[in-house]
Design a protein around this ligand. Sequence first.
Ligand SMILES: C[S@@+](CC[C@H](N)C(=O)[O-])C[C@H]1O[C@@H](n2cnc3c(N)ncnc32)[C@H](O)[C@@H]1O
Length: 199
Amino acid sequence: MERFQNTSLPDWDWWGKLWPTPGETLRELGLSTGDTVVEIGCGNGYFALPAARIVAPAPVYAVDLDDRLLAELEHLADQQRIDNVATVRGDARELSAHVSDPVDVALFANAFHGVDDRDEFLTEVESVLADDGRFVVVNWRPLPRSETTVAGEPRGPPTELRLGPEETAAIVEDATGLAVTAEIDIPPYHYALVFERRA
Ligand SMILES: C[S@@+](CC[C@H](N)C(=O)[O-])C[C@H]1O[C@@H](n2cnc3c(N)ncnc32)[C@H](O)[C@@H]1O
């Protein structure tokens, strides 16, 4: 298993400054009670844990290839008495091997810029979505890295790897039967796209 390019987990302290209310963000992206969710590349659960609170009692499958981050996520889930999150150690390139039931939402936050074989990855994502499922991509806007500062430091992936919403939409739509149904601005530096199956 190999990590996608430039997808190390940010430090929780500056990540928390950038995303002070992850639950509110997830609700803006359309998450609601009863949605079954897979978070692809969940890290230590910065989004997976609030997602689990929102969708409970439906499950959140939290997929990552990093054992240490998944252990941290499990510890936080215990502390916060969240019991509807299931960690899955695996490579996102083989998502369908790790998620057996179709999901309402596949969330992919802050990592699409690093995916090597996009067609292969997107085919896997599409295959785990329920018929009316949504693929939600959150990512950094294609601003110069020197301009995306948090706590006084430039943050996020290198400028040359960043993909804007139009480029991301075209990549996903060309590779799958999904189409953009919503674009959401997440100030100061992010956007989200919601994809659903074409009618
Ligand atoms: C930048 S972090 C984002 C974490 C979380 N989504 C967030 O936004 O807070 C990217 C995560 O993707 C994971 N990752 C990278 N490549 C992966 C792969 N091929 N399969 C599964 N997880 C992967 C990394 O271990 C890391 O935890």
